[in-house]
Write a protein that binds this ligand. Structure first.
Ligand SMILES: C[C@@]1(CC(=O)O)C2=NC(=C\c3[nH]c(c(CCC(=O)O)c3CC(=O)O)Cc3[nH]c(c(CC(=O)O)c3CCC(=O)O)/C=C3\N/C(=C\2)[C@@H](CCC(=O)O)[C@]3(C)CC(=O)O)/[C@H]1CCC(=O)O
Ligand SMILES: NC(=O)c1ccc[n+]([C@@H]2O[C@H](COP(=O)([O-])OP(=O)(O)OC[C@H]3O[C@@H](n4cnc5c(N)ncnc54)[C@H](O)[C@@H]3O)[C@@H](O)[C@H]2O)c1
Length: 214
């Protein structure tokens, strides 16, 4: 079945992770990066998760999952190494209204976590529909090498200039035409060389010389 792509805002949202192993750690770290409020249910934590717990970045319920644990969570990740526990927690979480990810059972999951590359506000994601996480990882490595940090800087510049341009170009059509023509590889090369001011100048120049009359 085709998946529906969406990028979630998780700031302040309650998310639960059942299990404290390597898979749980990977999920927890990206949840924390997205600002989620994370609770981990597991008798044991990896050293990485323990560190996060000691630093107050997650809440830890230091025991196995129990029925009734999963009220008021937005997302629930079932990531223990016990298939039966994962299945039970998934069922309970769905009954409580959460969206569920089951680490060892894609067919029971409401969503999958994609491989991803972050460049500032630019987020590139890769999904194989659960078919091959190893392929997703390989593609992530290739795409990361192709789209470096300069794309994050470039996006930040463009995002800053967009409201200014909105005032200058009256219609959506004009703005669309301008931006399609202005996404320009030379400014990217300048950013790659660390020439931030020159790159900004270049984009500003294109912006200032454009108007309904030009
Ligand atoms: C992308 C990434 C995100 C993340 O987890 O952060 C992610 N898995 C990653 C890595 C990875 N996972 C596995 C391997 C070993 C090689 C292999 O099996 O291919 C590797 C590669 C490695 O580690 O080298 C094993 C594995 N994974 C799943 C199962 C269960 C099953 O298939 O039945 C098993 C078998 C366990 C077993 O055999 O016992 C299931 C899922 N893994 C997903 C996501 C979802 C589908 C995403 C998609 O659409 O592709 C889905 C469905 C659910 C979910 O977890 O959301 C992350 C890449 C991080 C990066 O970018 O480097
Ligand atoms: N989705 C993925 O990306 C992916 C990748 C690799 C493996 N897997 C699957 O994910 C599962 C977990 O992998 P792992 O490497 O993190 O395992 P792990 O053995 O390192 O960790 C399992 C954790 O679950 C905890 N646990 C066990 N029973 C529990 C219960 N009833 N309640 C709460 N916590 C409990 C353990 O204390 C431990 O912390 C495996 O079943 C594996 O097949 C998924």
């Amino acid at each position: 079945m085709e998946l529906y792509p969406v990028n979630l805002k998780l700031a302040g949202r309650r998310c639960a992770v059942i299990g404290g192993g390597a898979v749980a750690e990977r999920k927890v770290k990206s949840l924390i990066t997205a600002g989620a409020q994370v609770t981990v249910f597991s008798p044991v934590l990896t050293p990485g998760l323990s560190q996060l717990q000691e630093n107050g970045r997650l809440a830890w319920v230091a025991r196995v999952y129990q029925a009734g644990d999963l009220h008021n969570f937005f997302l629930v990740f079932c990531a223990t190494n016990e298939p039966a526990a994962n299945r039970q927690a998934a069922k309970d979480a769905q009954a409580a209204g959460a969206l569920v990810n089951v680490a060892d059972a894609p067919e029971l999951s409401d969503f999958y976590v994609p491989a991803h590359i972050v460049r500032g506000d630019l987020l590139l994601t890769i999904s194989t529909g659960g078919g091959s996480p190893a392929l997703a990882r390989r593609l992530r490595e290739e795409i990361a090498a192709r789209y470096g940090p300069e794309y994050g800087h470039y996006l930040a510049l463009i995002a800053k200039l967009r409201p200014e341009l909105k005032g200058r170009l009256a219609t959506t059509k004009e703005r669309e035409k301008f931006w399609r023509e202005t996404i320009d590889l030379e400014a990217l090369d300048l950013l790659k060389q660390g020439k931030f001011n020159e790159a900004e100048e270049r984009i500003r120049h294109a912006a200032c010389c454009t108007g309904p009359e030009s």
